[in-house]
Design a protein around this ligand. Structure first.
Ligand code: IFM
Length: 441
């Protein structure tokens, strides 16, 4: 049986990622909470409720879990509606609670990466029109400045925005997020405002903390044409251009080109210190005149794809390689800010995790400067419009009792984090099903 150890560079960050609204619980003052109270918005009528109870202090035990299983970093987000509950008020107690969390990471020798906006918005901001209102650009910059002033002593890595492309399609292309619009024009305006807000926040953060490392978490999704037909190829390119390219290219060049909306945003030029990539899957795109609801597109996965528990993700490590190679063009350090799969049985996840980390090692070994990996997620959490139906955690959770259950992937991931490598012993022990794929004979 072939044997080998695939070692990652010294100092590699190994962690997991979470987001405030998904784990904290009782985020009463934001748009997602309000959305959850409306009938039919969330699958099975689920609500975030106490979520993972982090606001009440359970972050401690979950950070212990991460630390005891050799994770040396964690990506979390702060909740704007807690820190600025009203336009003219900062909540010092909320800031202090986040300070405690960051100190908690420090005590455990874990590097913190903090996201400033992860989908949820304060109600007061939504009432003024949300991201459609240009005034929000400066408000977000002021919020970012305040957070970095308060927490900068304990964190150097900042992500201004999580997945602006997903935020836009979720909220403005009928994707099940608030504000629940189906309006491409408004969506593209929102994307442009998010871009300007990132640029303003980038300046504000650097003015506050000169050695800050700032990026976004970009959701990169591979789009494969279903056939060679002209319309399908055009549709696939359009997806790629608007979803994958428009935002990050503008951060590099200052030129926003989302095909139907173009603008010069010179202040956005070169406003990333690192590239954050969220990768889950690739999908197949087919032009379909009958599907107006999804912009005349039919989505699927390749016929032989191995699919996750709820059919949401196809295990596609080649797509992960493509994503990382794509990230190389920006000549910045890369962090994988999210990658994972929903799987309450933890059968698919183990294989997915191992094969994606193996693909990642290949890319690192080709001298692509990937500096860290954050698995989505540490514990099961509230999965937005899909509620509790999807379980992304290394640890499972019962949101009623708050009991955690350790899934097998924990041991596999712990061994990789501990040794900073993928060893044949670990593969044999924790994921023998894919041994032949990792070590072909
Ligand atoms: O849970 C989400 C996260 O909030 C953003 N990226 C994708 C994850 C899984 O769907």
């Amino acid at each position: 049986m072939p044997r080998a150890t695939f070692t990652f560079p010294a100092g590699f960050l190994w962690g997991s990622a979470t987001a405030a609204h998904q784990v904290e619980g009782n985020n009463l003052n934001n748009d997602w909470w309000a959305w959850e109270q409306q009938e039919g918005r969330i699958l099975n009528g689920d609500r975030s409720g106490r979520a993972c109870d982090w606001w009440a202090g359970r972050w401690r035990e979950d950070f212990d879990r991460a630390h005891e299983t050799y994770q040396n970093a964690h990506r979390l987000s702060v909740e704007w509606s807690r820190i600025q509950p009203e336009p003219d008020r900062w909540d010092e107690a909320a800031l202090d609670r986040y300070r405690q969390m960051l100190l908690g990471l420090k005590e455990r020798n874990m590097t913190a990466m903090v996201t400033l906006h992860h989908f949820s918005n304060p109600l007061w901001m939504v009432e003024m029109g949300g991201w459609e209102n240009d005034a929000v650009i400066e408000l977000f910059a002021a919020f970012s400045r305040r957070v970095v002033q308060a927490l900068g002593a304990h964190c150097r890595f900042w992500i201004t925005l999580n997945e602006p492309n997903v935020y836009m399609s979720g909220g403005y292309l009928g994707g099940g997020f608030p504000p629940g619009k189906n309006d491409l024009k408004a969506g593209l305006r929102v994307l442009l405002n998010l871009l300007k807000a990132h640029a303003a926040a980038y300046q504000a953060i650097h003015e506050t903390q000169s050695d800050a490392q700032i990026g976004i978490a970009h959701h990169w999704r591979g789009f494969l044409p279903a056939n060679r037909g002209l319309f399908t190829r055009f549709d696939t390119n359009l997806h790629n251009k608007v979803f994958n390219e428009a935002f990050p290219q503008a951060l590099a060049t200052g030129k926003f080109d989302a095909v139907l909306l173009k603008d010069a945003v010179p202040q956005a030029k070169d406003t990333q210190d690192f590239i954050g990539l969220n990768y889950y899957t690739r999908e197949v795109i087919k032009f379909d005149l009958s599907n107006k609801a999804d912009m005349y597109t039919q989505r699927s996965f390749p016929r032989d794809a191995e699919l996750s528990e709820t059919g949401f993700i196809s295990s596609d490590p080649e797509g992960f390689k493509q994503c990382i190679k794509w990230g190389r063009q920006f000549n910045k350090p890369i962090y994988i800010t999210e990658n994972g799969a929903e799987d309450s049985k933890d059968d698919f996840r183990r294989k997915y995790l191992l094969e994606h980390l193996h693909a990642l090692w290949h890319m690192v070994n080709h001298n692509i400067p990937v500096k860290g990996y954050f698995h989505w997620s540490l514990v099961d959490n509230f999965e937005w419009e899909r509620g509790w139906s999807q379980r992304f955690g290394l640890w499972g959770i019962d949101p009623i009792t708050q009991l955690r259950s350790r899934r097998k992937s924990v041991d596999l991931y712990a061994e990789i984090c501990r040794t900073n490598s993928i060893t044949s012993e670990a593969v044999e022990k924790y994921c023998p099903e894919v041994y032949d794929r990792i070590y072909p004979g």
